[in-house]
Write a protein that binds this ligand. Structure first.
Ligand code: HEM
Length: 183
């Protein structure tokens, strides 16, 4: 089985494999802009970093067997040669969300918002990786990462519009959309 790094550290500064094309704050406080983004899997923060965010891959919380099988059948790996565009979207959810029980969160996430159902429509063109960081105590709960070819950017943006209009997003209180291109 392919090795998937557990820890990911994203640092914005003057070095890194990704050029920061745009940073858009949708809710909550902004992050300082920097020209490049570096990604490491051993905790290294680039020397020039104006900020760094770390998260870990984890088990799935809201995914049924059937959904997991559909995801596995359709998802593409990271690091495809044609996927020269990426998005890092750090997200936090409100205290109200975290006060809900697991079954209530699942109902909002999928039965009301169709997060997985919508997302599946965009596989395999969009490759994704979800990092959790709420338990690490930083300023975000999740660091979401997406990679795609330039011709799929419009589809990616359309998916974001659908997700941000869903009931799940009423609980998102901090979100920054960082667009990247391989340097
Ligand atoms: C969680 C699929 C796009 C943000 C999840 C989960 C799945 C999923 C299956 C649940 C994991 C679990 O069971 O714990 C997809 C697919 C997408 C997609 C197939 C298509 C590319 C997006 C986008 C965003 C996003 C565009 C936002 C920028 C999140 C967040 C979570 C999540 C924040 C964690 C939710 C929570 O635990 O409260 N996604 N997703 N996803 N996704 Fe997506």
């Amino acid at each position: 089985m392919a090795y998937t790094p557990l820890l990911a550290t994203f640092s914005a500064g003057t070095s890194g494999a990704w050029r920061i094309v745009e940073m858009r704050t949708l809710s909550g406080p902004a992050l300082t802009a920097g020209p490049r983004l570096a990604v490491s899997h051993d905790g290294t923060v680039s020397e020039s970093a104006v900020w760094s965010l770390s998260g870990v891959g984890s088990n799935m919380r809201y995914t049924t067997r059937d959904e997991a099988d559909q995801l596995a059948a359709r998802q593409a790996p990271l690091d495809r040669a044609e996927a020269i565009y990426a998005a890092l979207i750090p997200i936090s959810k409100s205290a109200e969300w975290w006060a809900l029980a697991q079954d209530e969160r699942r109902a909002i996430y999928e039965e009301q918002s169709r997060h997985t159902t919508i997302g599946l429509e965009y596989l395999p063109q969009i490759a994704r990786k979800l990092h959790h960081c709420r338990d690490l105590g930083g300023q975000f709960d999740f660091l979401t990462w997406f990679e795609f070819a330039p011709q799929h950017q419009a589809a990616f943006d359309a998916m974001l519009l659908r997700m941000r209009a869903s009931p799940e997003w009423r609980y998102v209180d901090h979100e920054i959309d960082i667009r990247l291109e391989r340097a």
